[in-house]
Design a protein around this ligand. Structure first.
Ligand SMILES: [Zn+2]
Ligand SMILES: [Zn+2]
Length: 339
């Protein structure tokens, strides 16, 4: 079968490898139907993330069809449509013991520290798979994973009706978060430096867009008689923006960090204590797949407009190069393995 590798930073290769076999009785063999290209795949291509297992089969966003199931995986059957959770956790450490496997002490994420899903077939443990209705198209099913990231960050911050949520960064994850916040009944302000991204965020329901080249969140609050920000989410990964939230949000506000910057930035302890701010780190997701699948199945979220391009799997390298060249006009690029 074909598998698409990031051999090392900036080196992509389609290789012919053996089709994988079930190794444990809980394993399921899945035929990959769609894959989604994510910002983190691009980071692995650029070589800017640490701990990446090169040469690596890329990809962690997948929708596929069950082909074969192990003896102890009979809750799945050939033909089932499934989504993969890319988190591989040990199940034994402290975070695992309290249901937070996404920050497992021995975490391996597929498509980063472990081979990913950009291959024609993949073997996955049954506890990493979730069924999705056959009525949901493959293109939409492939978008479940990015929405689990949005589901996770918004549930950490307990986003609910009446909140005024400010999202910094209108990339794919920022827009997914905006859509989830709208569904939960919040007012959404989203900022970016790229107008095309903001235009898409607006189409997807953001109440207010802020092009940071020309405008500020404070100005939007003033112009629209909004009292203040209750939740601020850094989906841009810019540490200066993250610490600016300490002043921006209202007392008792909640702040979420999705960035991986290791650049130090100063802040004052008093900023956090005086307003009793709650600050959350949000990484991957825990317990979100069933929730997002339900949103999709009930039609509460329609992610189709996020798909900017679909490439045949054979053209995976072209797809990566396209995202690399035109990041602002490519929100979500899919790979199509099979019709
Ligand atoms: Zn992703
Ligand atoms: Zn663990």
């Amino acid at each position: 079968m074909k598998a698409f590798y990031i051999v090392e930073p900036f080196k992509l290769e389609m290789r012919e490898i053996d089709k994988p076999k079930l190794k444990s009785s809980e394993d399921v063999l899945v035929q990959v139907m769609r894959g989604g290209i994510c910002g983190s795949d691009m980071h692995n291509y650029h070589g800017v993330s640490s701990g990446i297992a090169y040469p690596l089969i890329a990809g962690h966003e997948m929708a596929g069809k069950v082909v074969e199931v192990g003896e102890n995986a009979k809750d799945f059957a050939p033909g089932d449509h499934v989504i993969m959770n890319p988190v591989i956790a040990c199940g034994e450490c402290y975070p695992c013991s309290i249901g937070r496997e996404n920050v497992c002490e021995n975490l391996k994420a597929r498509g980063a520290h472990h081979d990913g899903c950009f291959s024609e077939f993949i073997v996955i443990n049954r506890n990493r798979l979730h069924k999705i209705s056959k009525e949901i198209s493959w293109d939409i099913a492939a978008l479940v994973e990015p929405f689990t990231i949005a589901g996770h960050s918004t549930s950490l911050a307990n986003v609910h009706e009446g909140d005024v949520v400010y999202i910094a960064g209108a990339g794919p994850i920022g827009i997914c978060i905006a859509m989830v916040c709208k569904m939960l009944g919040a007012t959404v302000i989203i900022s970016d430096l790229v107008q095309e991204r903001l235009d898409l965020a607006k189409i997807q329901g953001a109440d207010f867009i802020v092009n940071s080249n020309m405008n500020s969140v404070e100005q939007v609050l003033m112009d629209n008689d909004l009292h203040g920000i209750t939740v601020a989410i850094d989906a841009a990964g810019v540490p200066e923006i993250f610490v600016s939230f300490f002043d921006l949000v209202l007392p008792a506000g909640r702040i979420v960090s999705l960035g991986f910057s290791d650049k130090p930035v100063p802040f004052k302890q008093v900023q956090i204590t005086k307003k009793e701010l709650s600050i959350f780190g949000s990484r991957l997701s825990a317990n979100q797949f069933p929730r997002v699948i339900e949103w999709f199945e009930k039609g509460l979220i329609d992610p189709r407009p996020l798909i900017s391009n679909i490439f045949d799997f054979d053209d995976a390298a072209k797809a990566i190069e396209e995202v690399d060249k035109n990041p602002s006009t490519n929100c979500k690029v899919l790979l199509k393995f099979k019709d």
